[in-house]
Design a protein around this ligand. Structure first.
Ligand SMILES: CC(C)(COP(=O)(O)OP(=O)(O)OC[C@H]1O[C@@H](n2cnc3c(N)ncnc32)[C@H](O)[C@@H]1OP(=O)(O)O)[C@@H](O)C(=O)NCCC(=O)NCCS
Length: 267
């Protein structure tokens, strides 16, 4: 992001239902369709300054493919790289979901997308799941250009706004970022939570950031405090718990733990 943008204190975040009418207004003001945006809100990012939504972009995940849609920047904020920043964030959001190819339709912005790796594709070479989306079937005029970007080999820059804690396991919330062979998770474990004795094929290396995690391996209990690391070899039985204090920890896993992976990354 450019210094110009950060000095204007623009925040990026996931959209919520309270943002819908502001996003629809932005789309209408820029002659973009609003149909289907409500359904796409779960994967919609907004840019906000001083409580006002000034930009948006949405993603419709379809397995390994994704439709990027509804990129819009408010008229008086255009030309300051906000569209570029939103486009970049949606690529990272798509990578976090394990998406390999991003598709979009545009009538007026082909030259905006081309420098970032989008290529024009024939409509008959577009995967069925993308062609079946409302945007493809109804929203876009027949003269729209379809573009595709292969994002499999792109790095993932997961900014704070993209790392959403999920209640994936009882007693804890977590986010996960993974490539093909390696995964990093961040756990927030509630006070007095316990993961009963278990083992897994993945090696686990855990670093406690705050609070204390207790690991029991055999008869030995390890009290692992902030800044300390516990490394558990594959298939070794262990139990983990917190006492009266919540704990936050990051964990490296290899191979990846599929049950923590929202996207089940392949690339
Ligand atoms: C298209 C849009 C999102 C771009 O956002 P923005 O914040 O103004 O764009 P940026 O400042 O990041 O522009 C980056 C570059 O793309 C160029 N650019 C911007 N809009 C463009 C367009 N429609 N076509 C071609 N190039 C464009 C800019 O001139 C700039 O070029 P530079 O790097 O040489 O200076 C914004 O203009 C918009 O909301 N337009 C109306 C809605 C729309 O067309 N959305 C796209 C739907 S597919």
């Amino acid at each position: 992001m450019s210094n110009e943008m950060s000095s204007r204190e623009i925040q990026f975040r996931h959209a919520n239902s309270g943002d819908l009418s502001a996003i629809e207004d932005l789309l209408r003001n820029n002659d973009l369709p609003t149909e289907g945006i409500k359904e796409a809100l779960a994967h919609c990012l907004v840019a906000e300054t001083q409580g006002q939504i000034i930009g948006a972009i949405a993603l419709e995940p379809k397995g390994r493919n994704g439709l990027m849609r509804s990129l819009v920047v408010a008229g008086d904020h255009q030309g300051h790289k906000l569209g570029t920043a939103l486009s970049s964030k949606i690529v990272n959001a798509a990578r976090l979901l394990g998406i390999e190819r991003l598709y979009l339709l545009t009538t007026s912005a082909e030259a905006f997308f081309a420098p970032t790796g989008y290529r024009v594709v024939e409509k008959n070479r577009i995967p069925e799941a993308i062609r079946d989306t409302e945007e493809f079937e109804k929203l876009c005029p027949h003269n729209a250009v379809c573009m595709m970007r292969d994002i499999r080999k792109e790095p993932i820059h997961a900014t704070n706004d993209l790392l959403q804690m999920q209640p994936t396991v009882p007693g804890a919330r977590l986010w996960a970022v993974s490539l093909k062979h390696t995964m990093l998770t961040c756990f927030e474990v509630e006070p007095n939570s316990r993961f009963e004795t278990h083992s897994h094929e993945s090696e686990q290396i855990t670093m406690v950031i705050s609070g204390v995690l207790f690991f029991q391996v055999g008869q030995v209990i390890h009290r692992v405090g902030p800044g300390e690391v516990m490394a558990i070899p594959a298939s070794v039985q262990h139990a983990v718990w917190t006492e009266s204090e919540a704990a936050r920890a990051v964990d490296a896993w290899s191979p990846i733990m599929a049950k923590y992976d929202s996207g089940q990354q392949q690339g």
